[in-house]
Design a protein around this ligand. Structure first.
Ligand code: DC
Length: 223
């Protein structure tokens, strides 16, 4: 059985960057499942399909192939034969991914692909529904979170560093809205799996968060 570590949590908890470093230290691959939903969202934008139109999205979903390959240990996300890794981090794609990820037909396709990947290699998989739905039997499940205020402050600081001066109050409001959407959608909402370990990084820095997760992994898999 391959090593499977499931990490779920809300936006802004530092999941992606923390998962990257934890996977590197464990010498295993990191599957960022959000990137797959983003690639799907990009396909909808290119086709001119409204991501919120369930009938159109579902009818087209069978034509979209999202896959992942690793180059020097780094994830590259593909749409058909095209590497779209560099095109999926825009606000537009983020909104399209958020909309399209509500629909069962889309989730089924992504979840199937994620399960196939997790069965073939030692992986840390991060997302929203990994411990609850994609890999309910994963030996290690972590729910990574922080208070909304701390997550919004981190996002605000990142934005500022990138030259984006959106006021903190506005960042907090948008984050609360995303939380509501992620936690209240009908299919596979974000929630802590009953057997997941809660890691609250509100009072932890990056390195402390990484070490806390490594300790949890070590309890299950040993050194
Ligand atoms: O983590 P992210 O922001 O890159 O995710 C992009 C979108 O995909 C986000 O709106 C939530 C959704 N998503 C999901 O529904 N299930 C996952 N396992 C991962 C992401």
């Amino acid at each position: 059985m391959p090593v499977n570590i499931a990490i779920d949590g809300p936006v802004g908890a530092g999941k992606s960057s923390i998962s990257d470093v934890v996977a590197q230290r464990l010498h295993i691959l990191h599957l960022d499942t959000g990137a797959m939903y983003r690639a799907f969202g990009l396909a909808m934008l290119r086709q001119g399909i409204d991501p919120l139109n369930e009938a159109e999205v579902s009818a087209y979903a069978g034509n979209v192939t999202v896959s992942v390959r690793y180059e020097n240990g780094e994830q590259h996300t593909y749409l058909g034969g095209e590497d779209v890794t560099g095109q999926i981090r825009t606000g537009e794609v983020s909104a399209a991914a958020s909309g399209a990820s509500k629909w069962p037909a889309v989730r089924r396709a992504m979840v199937d692909a994620q399960r196939r990947l997790a069965a073939t290699a030692d992986m840390l998989i991060d997302g929203r529904d990994i411990g609850t739905n994609v890999l309910p039997d994963a030996p290690v499940k972590i729910y990574l979170t922080a208070s909304p205020e701390v997550r919004a402050k981190r996002r605000y600081d990142q934005n500022l560093a990138a030259g984006d001066t959106t006021p903190y109050e506005q960042v907090l409001e948008a984050l609360n809205l995303r939380d509501q959407q992620d936690m209240n959608r009908a299919t596979d909402p974000l929630k802590q799996a009953e057997d997941a370990v809660l890691v609250d990084t509100s009072d932890l820095n990056f390195e402390e968060s990484v070490e806390e997760i490594l300790r949890i992994v070590e309890r299950v898999y040993g050194k």
